[in-house]
Write a protein that binds this ligand. Structure first.
Ligand code: NHR
Ligand code: GAR
Length: 216
């Protein structure tokens, strides 16, 4: 059984998708804890209702990022994680934290990386006039939103889309690709070949949806 610790800052719908898939698909894993840097994160209630341990560490209490990250690492380590999952976690992590979990920390980012790393991705994708938008699950490295790509999900931009519409449709794509990536990890099926992530035995490392209105 592998221990998964999920870090959130808000709604936690990706966390919820992973918790549900872990149970429904009987992964060789358990979500050992959900940790938030915000006490009011709505996702904490879902996790607690599932009987999952929850913890809050407010970044406001720390003057330096290094001090917050050191305390966060102590908290995360208290749940003996094999895998750390960033799911809408909104704090940039220091190199020390990232190196501690090298090769065992995943993030979902709401763009087709390497396009649009950082924040406001939906606005920036619309401004750039892209015809396809998407989300990327990647291993976390010290360089923000640049780690090795595990799986990407794409969808068309539609006439009249605004950032909120894109974000809402993309969330349904994230809920497909993120559980898939975490399952591969806990099944021990991910390996690095240079900067490429290889899945063994192979499965598509992409997902395309142009009919994803419903699930968000
Ligand atoms: N840390 C490292 N080192 N590398 C990554 O790839 C990371 C990371 C921390 C978080 C998620 C991320 C994303 O998917 C993530 C990936 C927050 C910010 C940010 O600028 C940027 C990227 C991501 C998450 N946060 C502001 C900060 O000052 C705070 C913004 C807020 O609180 O709303 O940390 O895009
Ligand atoms: C998701 O769309 C995720 O890709 C994005 O925030 C949302 C979190 O939703 N992440 C970032 O923007 C990271 N900078 P959730 O809390 O419902 O999973």
């Amino acid at each position: 059984m592998k221990n998964i610790v999920i870090l959130i800052s808000g709604r936690g719908s990706n966390m919820e998708a992973i918790v549900r898939a872990c149970a429904a698909e009987r992964w060789p894993a358990r979500v050992a804890a959900v940790v938030s840097n915000r006490p009011d994160a709505p996702g904490l209630a879902f996790a607690a209702a599932q009987g999952i341990a929850t913890a809050v560490l407010e970044h406001g209490g720390f003057a330096e990022r290094e001090a917050f990250d050191a305390a966060l690492a102590d908290l995360v380590d208290s749940f003996s994680p094999d895998l750390v999952v960033l799911a809408g976690f909104m704090r940039v992590l220091t190199t020390g934290f990232v190196e501690r979990y090298a090769g065992r920390m995943l993030n979902v980012h709401p763009s087709l990386l390497p396009s649009f790393p950082g924040l406001r991705t939906h606005e920036r994708a619309l401004e750039a006039g892209v015809a396809l938008h998407g989300a990327t699950v990647h291993f976390v490295t010290a360089q923000l939103d640049h780690g090795p790509i595990v799986v990407q999900g794409a969808m068309p931009v539609r006439p009249g889309d605004d950032p909120a519409a894109l974000a809402r449709r993309l969330l349904a794509v994230e809920h497909v690709i993120y559980p898939r990536a975490v399952r591969w990890f806990v099944e021990g099926r991910l390996a690095l070949s240079g900067l490429r992530v290889v899945v063994t035995p192979p499965e598509p490392q992409w997902y395309f949806s142009d009919t994803n209105e419903a699930a968000a």
